[in-house]
Design a protein around this ligand. Structure first.
Ligand code: FES
Length: 130
C-alpha cells in the first residue's frame, strides 16, 4: 500500500512537455545535429526523408556523447562512430541479430508543426513538500 502511494506521488512529480529546437529546414538529410535540451542532456536529431528522429546523444556502450556524428543505414539503424554499435532511430533497440546486447539508446517523441521541430521532454517538478 505504501509503495503504491509513493509510486503515485512520484508519477505526479513529473510530466512531459514539448520544446521547440529548430526548423525542419535547418536539418540536413541523414546527418545528425546536436541540441542541448537541459543542463545535462544533449540529444541527436536526424532528418531522414520527411521524418525527423531524436535520440540521446550519449551512446549506452561507453557513455560517450557522439551519437549526433553517427551513420544511418537504410534500415534506420544509427551506428555509433566510436565502436559501431547500432540502434534503431525509432525504438533505440539494437538489431535482432545482436543477441546478448541489452543496451538501448533513449529515444524522444518528435512532432512537427509549421516546419518547426518539437521534442517531448520530461519536466521535473518540485515535490509538494519542498
Ligand atoms: S562508444 Fe558507442 S559503440 Fe562504443
Amino acid at each position: 500500500m505504501g509503495y503504491k502511494t509513493r509510486s503515485k506521488e512520484l508519477t505526479l512529480m513529473s510530466e512531459t512537455n514539448f520544446i521547440k529546437i529548430c526548423k525542419v529546414s535547418d536539418l540536413p538529410n541523414r546527418r545528425g545535429r546536436k541540441f542541448t535540451i537541459a543542463e545535462d542532456t544533449d540529444i541527436a536529431v536526424f532528418k531522414v526523408g520527411e521524418n525527423v528522429y531524436a535520440v540521446s546523444n550519449t551512446c549506452p556502450h561507453n557513455q560517450t556523447n557522439v551519437m549526433y556524428d553517427g551513420y544511418i543505414d537504410d534500415g534506420l539503424y544509427l551506428a555509433c562512430p566510436i565502436h559501431g554499435w547500432q540502434f534503431h532511430l525509432e525504438t533505440g533497440k539494437v538489431p535482432a541479430e545482436c543477441k546478448g546486447l541489452s543496451a538501448t539508446l533513449e529515444t524522444y517523441n518528435v512532432k512537427i508543426e509549421n516546419d518547426e521541430v518539437w521534442i517531448e521532454v520530461k519536466v521535473k517538478k518540485k515535490k509538494w513538500w519542498q
